[in-house]
Design a protein around this ligand. Structure first.
Ligand code: IVH
Length: 682
């Protein structure tokens, strides 16, 4: 007699195995073997069967990842083996010291084999698999007892509900151990973190300070349905108590976890000796910004488990492992004062003046004393006060910003701040447009004048060499210049009257100013600092109108007829040139002999000898800067691409080319040398 329920159970098991396998392909290996539709079909089949035969539902069924009722509070889980911390190192010396003490303790004088791994910036969790089934998941807690977050961990698709080795799984040769405690770091990708914060912002809610906090907030949700909406992920990096399986090295352990279907970081490596580990640290620090998840250092582990055991544990840290940290991107410091910075357009930016704090980036550490607070709304939202202890951060080239206040550190003496009603530089009235406060002083405001001139002389505008911000401040404060045109009327004798100026420096500056008198049209337009007109728009205007005079004569409709120019930009350009002061300055520039160099004018695309041709540069060129090379190509009507694509006609390769060179070779693009490039543009 056939047993129908037994057959159905078989079918259910088969579906679950298949679904688990496809989850693994998709979430762990990132290489699915079925389409989403096929996957959905399997899932629907399983849901239907389980609905019909609820007695067959098990807690580890893939249908049970989401859907549990919200809890009142988390239960606790005692770790059978303590989840300890790791000792930190911040330098090569400290890292070498660690190696020396490992060798001394073990009495070994040859190189030690280490496993190195990225130190993921997330939250430590423990996953318990009993006979191949995920039964309990917990946070690290105090290291001895954590919170039971099983339900939330089940929403993470890269955590298998069953190990790939369970008896019914046909995909792995390993047998599931009786008990396997896996440890790993749960994290959110940078992209997911940004998306969550954007959504929170749109809803006017408090943002997460960083991806780590967002991951923690998501994982410790009492309602697992909310956790399920956050695309959390995991990298497993170790084990706790295991029964029914044995390993001899850490690397072997990781490979076994991988075979069990758990997600292991692909950048894990074996190193022979500490110097290789130190090299890995610098490679990873360089890679750091390109990784899709946050990494705050590397972890160096003695590979041999017997040696690990012999080394044992100090009080809080095992002696076989070291976290060699990267330079922090975040720091904690105190706000001494808040001031309002007046920008070129008159916009006031509140800036926190802080006690110095060291913050690192790829190029090294920098001491930071100022951080932007963006605008009044942001100050209010984060409730930042003078005297507060705050977290400041910088990422890439971005200006440091105040991320959050550590409210626990408040003493009650902190003072709130509001942007003043008067401009701190010229005392004109302040008006608010949208989120931004503006000084209404226009070009009678020294701060705006200074910023306008700084922009005008900058590298991508008139490029006056050797004229720094400090000089401009001095010239404006001493009344030597009031607008950008005044620069061209400075005499050597004027400079010699000022503090810190001597014959040679004065000659050099006069020379540099003279040299800047023949800019290209886009550079001049960009340098004028018209609101909404960046470098790209300056090129658009130059191409369309050909001369500054033509742009000045254009009315709003004419400007609007240009592709790329929207109403706001048209208005801003029109208003700029209607302003009598601006017309006067332009007149003064002309009188001083500032003329657009026709020679260097970009030939509208479609007309030059390189029209329709696209160039890409990789590596350093000997005879020109990147900007110059770009200008040359554009002068002849060609284009410069930023990345490899089929549309690139020539890849110009300089010394030490980057990965684009390899890509170009792979794609079979035409590769030329700098000499050949010179011949083409000559
Ligand atoms: S091993 C006893 N490996 O860093 C050693 N930890 O600062 C146990 N972490 O609590 C940890 N990536 O949350 C290890 N590849 C990695 C890691 C890692 C991140 C975290 C983990 C640990 C913390 C210590």
């Amino acid at each position: 007699m056939p047993n129908p329920i037994k057959d159905i159970k078989k079918e259910v098991d088969k579906l679950r195995d298949e679904i688990n396998f496809h989850n693994y392909r998709y979430y762990v290996l990132d290489s699915p073997v079925v389409s989403d539709a096929e996957y959905d079909k399997l899932m629907r089949g399983l849901i239907e069967l389980e609905a019909k035969y609820p007695e067959l539902i098990t807690t580890e069924s893939p249908t049970q990842r989401v859907g549990a009722k919200p809890s009142e509070a988390f239960g606790t889980v005692k770790h059978t083996m303590a989840m300890l911390s790791i000792e930190n190192s911040f330098s090569i010396e400290e890292t070498k010291k660690f190696d020396a003490s490992v060798r001394k303790e073990l009495g070994i004088n040859h190189e030690i084999e280490y496993v190195v791994e990225p130190k993921i910036d997330g939250l430590a969790v423990e996953l318990i698999y009993e006979n191949g089934v995920f039964t309990t998941g917990s946070t690290r807690g105090d290291g001895y007892t954590g919170e039971d977050i099983t339900q939330n961990l089940k929403t993470i698709r890269s955590i298998p509900m069953r190990l790939l080795t369970s008896p019914s799984a046909s995909h792995s040769p390993l047998r599931a151990p009786f008990r396997l405690e896996v440890r790993g770091e749960v994290f959110l990708s940078i992209k997911a973190f940004k998306k969550i914060n954007k959504e929170l912002e749109e809803r006017g809610e408090v943002l997460f300070a960083n991806a780590r906090n967002a991951a923690a907030g998501s994982l410790r949700q009492l309602d697992s349905k909310i956790t399920a909406l956050r695309p959390l992920d995991i990298f497993c990096y170790g084990i706790g108590t295991v029964k029914g399986v044995q390993f001899t090295t850490h690397f072997e352990t990781l490979n076994a976890l991988k075979a069990f279907g758990l997600k292991i970081n692909p950048l894990v490596k074996i190193c022979n000796g500490i110097d290789e580990a130190i090299d890995y640290h610098s490679q990873m620090e360089e890679k750091r910004d390109g990784l899709p998840y946050g990494v705050d250092g590397i972890v160096i582990k003695v590979n041999n488990l017997e040696l690990q055991e012999r080394l044992g544990v100090r009080t809080r840290y095992p002696k076989w492992v070291l976290a060699y940290k990267f330079k922090a991107r975040e720091g904690t410091t105190r706000i001494k004062d808040i001031i309002a910075d007046v920008g070129r357009t008159g916009a006031l930016t509140p800036v926190a003046v802080m006690e110095p704090v060291e913050i690192g980036d790829i190029t090294g550490s920098v001491t930071i004393t100022r951080a932007t607070l963006h605008n009044q709304d942001e100050i209010d939202r984060k409730d930042v006060r003078i005297g507060d202890t705050v977290v400041v951060a910088r990422a890439g080239d971005v200006i440091p910003e105040v991320v959050m206040v550590i409210k626990e550190k408040r003493t009650g003496k902190e003072k709130t701040y509001t942007i003043p009603h008067e401009c701190p530089s010229c005392h004109s009235k302040i008006e608010r447009i949208g989120k931004i406060h503006y000084c209404t002083g226009g070009l009678s405001c020294p701060a705006q004048i200074k910023e306008t001139i700084k922009h005008f002389v900058s590298k991508r505008a008139m490029d006056i060499e050797g004229l720094g911000d400090k000089h401009i401040e001095q010239f404006v404060d001493d009344g030597l210049i009031m607008d950008v045109a005044d620069l061209y009327y400075i005499k050597k004798s004027d400079l010699l009257k000022l503090e810190r100026w001597a014959e040679k420096s004065a000659d050099n500056l006069i020379d540099a100013i003279e040299k800047s008198k023949t800019p290209t049209l886009p550079r001049l337009i960009y340098g004028l600092g018209i609101r909404q007109v960046g470098e790209h728009m300056a090129h658009v205007l130059a191409e369309e109108f050909g001369t500054l005079e033509a742009i000045m004569e254009a009315d709003k409709d004419r400007l609007l007829s240009v592709r790329d120019i929207g109403p706001e930009t048209a208005e801003s350009i029109y208003d700029f040139f209607q302003e009598p002061h601006n017309r006067k300055v332009i007149e003064k520039l002309k009188k001083a002999g500032v003329v657009v160099s026709q020679m260097k004018m970009r030939v509208p695309s479609g007309r030059g000898k390189l029209s329709g041709k696209t160039f890409l540069f990789t590596g350093a060129l000997e005879s020109f800067s990147r900007d110059k090379a770009k200008e040359l190509v554009e002068k002849h009507g060609g284009k410069v691409a930023a990345g490899i694509s089929k549309g690139v006609d020539y890849v110009v390769v300089g010394t030490e080319p980057g990965s684009k060179y390899d890509e170009a070779k792979k794609k079979g693009l035409k590769i030329i040398t700098e000499e050949e490039f010179k011949k083409i543009v000559d």
